[in-house]
Design a protein around this ligand. Sequence first.
Ligand code: MN
Length: 720
Amino acid sequence: MLSERTFEDLKAYITASGRTRDLFKLEQAYLLAEQLHAGQVRESGEPYIIHPIEVTFVLADLGMDTDCLCAGLLHDVVEDTEETLEDVRRRFGETVAKLVDGVTKLGNLPLPTKEEQQSENVRKMLLAMSEEVRVIIIKLADRLHNMRTLMYRKEEKQRKTSLETMEVYAPIAHRLGMRTIWEELEDAALHYLDPVACREIENTLEMNRAERAGFVQNMQERIRVRLHEFGMEPRIEGRVKSIYGIYRKVYMQGRSFEEVYDIYAVRIIVNTVIDCYNTLGIIHDMFRPVPNRFKDYIATPKANGYQSLHTTVIGREGVPFEIQIRTWDMNYTAEYGIAAHWKYKAGIKGKDKLEDNLAWIRKILETQQEGEGEDDIVRTIKTDLSPEDIFVLTPKSDVKTLPAGSTVIDFAYAIHSAVGNRMVGAKIDGRIVPLDTVLRTGQIVDIITTRSASHGPNRDWLSIAKTSEARSKIRAWFKKERREENIAQGRQSLESEFKRMSIVLPEKQMEEMVTALARRQHYDSVEDFYAAIGYGGVLLTRIMPRVREDFQRLHRPAVPAPVTPAKSSNGVIVEGIDNCPVKFAQCCNPLPGDEIIGFITRGHGVSVHKKDCQNVQAAMKDQSQLDRWIPARFAEEEGVKGFRSTLDIVALDRTALLADVSTVIANFRVPLHELNARELKNGNANIVATIGIQSVDQLNNIMKNIKKIEGVMTVERSGK
Ligand code: MN
């Protein structure tokens, strides 16, 4: 149980922070909250008032003003009585009442599975935010304390709340630059979503801790001494990457622990921007920098306002090591994000950043309206909120900011719909590239267009484009220009999807089903419905699971599903789940031939351990999690016939390229029969790899991951 903190503690905390807040007004708010919550208890058994007090602690930490702190204390009192709100307005003024009302109206987000409802709530949240950022800051503080006390809730509730936190709240905190908030939200949510991986990471960190701590201290000391010689006395801190930050790299991107350079890092905080660059020079003089790892977020801040210099250097014993250099101001912004700008809102400083953030929110809302709400706003938030933005240039040196992973297509549509619609080709840094090329910061992109007004985008672009802006513009074009084609295309897609799912019915019943489906999606006619599928306004991937469920319920009652041999993924067969996303646990690193077992993570596929892995033994003792362990085995043992496939890869030549390619292949646990590389005349490299695979899906998956490697331009199957 968390230590119980009282209102007196809160007052003392605020006073100790040195900030001036109206403690009398706060006390009045507290007394009202206490009176209205009297007799209520939380699931932990604590009196309810503990919750608003803790929420207000978080707000005080963020440096929020008196009104916002009052609203924190009162955020749960109003429920639906207008009277209480009136009372709040009379006693604490318009602002506090507006904040409390805003938080109340946002209400509790519903379950993440009801996507539409969730989108609607996120939309409400964004709307509220665009008018009053403090509403969302209170909402985030509220969620943070709920996550801190989630262990008292039922398991089902823990799962739903954690998913929602991961998918909605953490990304919003990210986008607003509030690192202290998002890191805690993500780590807390991961704890419930994938407890075994959490434990693995914690164990690994623990194992290396003493050694690493010595290493970090040594680096800090050497840097301190050298900077002192140059007359600088900066603050130098060591930091450890968050658990979820490591999880993302190791479990979701398939890196090894050793490859995550920034698990431990040194942060240097100096007084001025000039000092930042001077310090960087000194650091690069002391240690050898790793090429391509230097990032200047001072000159080009991240979209959430983050500024800092990042570089990776080779430290003692050849260990790569991240160093971050920034000013005190930048450091404050990096920790508290929009809350830091809020502080200055009366002055000039930070005002622009606040405005930038609001502009972003309004833009999402507008895109949603243009797209008639077709796009999934949750998806938009997840991609458009990604903190890893890239910056690319037009030939005239205008900078365009795009989310990481954006392609040439996204860039074209970011310039103008007309540019995207008339695009016939593109050059990056003067070289012709495929349109699905993923862009990287610093590239100059030149879009080649045709004058022909009848030229339009390709349907495939919808699945290539990363930004919702590009997708909604492409859809708009198809919607407008190609009705007949859309209808035919839509009908065909739906039919083939039915076939794929073995949904077969007599013609008349089929018609009825499609008509009902169209109506449910709010289309007047089946034709409109087909057309919408054709231009991408209705996503089959989104509606089909439900269609299949309905079909099975109505037309195949009580017939057990036919037993089909499970399909493997990554060479692993997980009982009862076809093609289930599989990752190999880092703790025991299972290889073909090992006896293995799977653990169903929440939302991130199945993680596979050796049966005799120590973490498994320990985790199995937890009775409540037992049903999440699932039998698994390597496919090869079943005599699944493998075959050879040769991949032809073209990439920008750089050091460690070959190593990166073979690492990706090794991560899939497939045999590598041959690997050749040669330099091409234009500065690119050509790598030919022959590997053994079990299925085309697996091959496609490998190719997809190779494409993600930095510098890789094309990956093709060669030969047969
Ligand atoms: Mn609350």
